[in-house]
Design a protein around this ligand. Structure first.
Ligand code: HEC
Length: 157
């Protein structure tokens, strides 16, 4: 019984930890284009990364990038470089930086900044003709960014 309680405590703690160590978009530290530290403090899940990258309402990376390892994507776009072998060209910190805010690596890029909440040219707040109050939510959350980075790291030449 004692042992079981101990296990429950460990599980509860490990579930609680990511939220405590999660980095908010405005607190992300860039070193040039690089972001060294995991945004969640934990490794991402590559399978969920694929889901984020291929889902319209999430990353939708495949609207611009082709990925040979994902042959089932319908109507892939090719207006950006293919992501094949991307982990052989960029380090983990560089990839995290690109997915967090590509404009820090590629000046003036039209690739969306996926983890950013301030400094946008503001869209109007619903029908009011005024900018919405407060920060916009990021397109992806910290866990989704780490999941995408984990998948990108599997794309070696
Ligand atoms: C609207 C189009 C667009 C979308 C959507 C997009 N990207 Fe990009 N991405 C680009 C462009 C364009 C570049 C090339 C750099 C530049 O000149 O801006 C690029 C570059 C990159 C690179 C560097 C590639 C290399 O080999 O040099 C990576 C990695 C990358 N994108 C990952 C992603 C991921 C992951 C997503 C989804 C979460 C994504 N991109 C979504 C347009 C896009």
């Amino acid at each position: 019984m004692r042992r079981q309680l101990g296990l429950v405590t460990v599980v509860a703690l490990s579930l609680a930890t990511p939220a405590l160590t999660e980095t908010a978009p405005k607190d992300v530290v860039f070193d040039g284009g690089k972001v060294e530290a995991s945004l969640t403090g934990a490794p991402g899940d590559p399978a969920n990364g694929v889901k984020v990258m291929t889902t319209n309402a999430l990353g939708n990376c495949v609207a611009c990038h082709t990925i040979a390892a994902l042959p089932d994507v319908q109507f892939p776009g090719n207006i950006a470089p293919p992501l094949d072998g991307v982990a052989s060209r960029w380090t983990e910190a560089e990839l995290r930086g690109i997915v967090t805010n590509a404009k820090m690596t590629f000046d003036g890029s039209f690739m969306p900044a996926f983890y950013k909440t301030e400094g946008f040219v503001r869209p109007g707040g619903g029908y009011s003709g005024k900018a919405p109050e407060g920060d916009l939510p990021p397109i992806l959350n910290a866990q989704q960014i780490e999941d995408v980075v984990a998948y990108l790291l599997t794309l070696k030449e």
